[in-house]
Ligand binder design. Structure first.
Ligand code: AP5
Length: 216
């Protein structure tokens, strides 16, 4: 089984949704840098105050901050069981740092899963996304509705729209993806680690295909 996993793809491709399904099925630790930053913003820690300046407008948090955060998290004992990195790495500097860190702590990457999705669908997903304030579960106002309007099926928490899920910030996020993150597909392909899946398949079919692949 592959247990040290990177999930890649543009904003809205479904990385968070898939990670939440896979972590329960495969008993892996879900490490989402976006969630870590949003938690820090909510708690108004020093990290949160810094991250807020970048995230709300769709910009990337500086590499040195993000790399330090991930290094600390990956070194914790629970990651021995395996981990899903969601939203990291996003730049070449982050990918190179991850290579070094994972070698140092003997937790080398087994695979980089890339989720392909077209631009029109990304815009539809991001503009209709709602997220649970308590547990972070993602919903969509048309295609993944909660049973009760505005309430999380899993924990009963209130659903909200992320501050960076607006047209202007999404444009910036997609530009960062194209210029800084997309080149990493080549980075992992050259190392024989890249595996791409079509995220247009829909939540359950995508999960079945990816989990079967990871269990091999
Ligand atoms: P982050 O939280 O990582 O955001 P993102 O990469 O833009 O990805 P999203 O969370 O928007 O989308 P997703 O792919 O997880 O899709 P989801 O599953 O929710 O990062 C936020 C910000 O933090 C960044 O912009 C940056 O500022 C900062 N940051 C984070 N990491 C960083 C790093 N490494 N370096 C620097 N800065 C960093 O799904 C989206 C919608 O689609 C939902 O409504 C869902 O219900 C629906 N959906 C999902 N899957 C499917 C499917 N298969 N079929 C149909 N609908 C689906």
């Amino acid at each position: 089984m592959k247990k040290n996993i990177i999930l890649m793809g543009p904003p809205g491709a479904g990385k968070g949704t898939l990670a939440k399904q896979l972590k329960d099925e495969l008993h892996l630790v879900h490490i989402s840098t976006g969630d870590m930053f949003r938690d820090a913003i909510q708690a108004q820690t020093e990290l949160g105050k810094l991250a807020q300046k970048y995230i709300n407008d769709g910009h990337l948090v500086p590499d040195e901050v993000t790399i330090g955060l991930v290094k600390e998290r990956l070194s914790q004992p629970d990651c021995e069981a395996g981990f899903l990195l969601d939203g990291f790495p996003r730049t070449t500097a982050q990918a190179e740092a991850l290579e070094k860190i994972s070698r140092e702590i003997s937790r080398e990457i087994d695979v980089a899963i890339n989720l392909d999705c077209d631009h029109q669908e990304l815009v539809r997903r991001i503009s209709g996304r709602r997220v649970c304030k308590n547990c972070g579960a993602p919903y969509h106002i048309e295609s993944m509705k909660p049973k009760q309007d505005g309430v999380c099926d899993l924990c009963g928490g209130p659903l909200y729209q992320r501050k960076d899920d607006n047209e202007e910030a999404l444009k910036v996020r997609l530009e960062h993806y194209d210029s800084e993150t997309k080149p990493l597909l080549e980075f992992y392909s050259k190392r024989g680690l890249l595996e791409s899946f079509n995220s247009l398949l829909g939540k359950e079919q995508l999960f079945d295909e990816v989990s079967s692949f990871l269990k091999k």
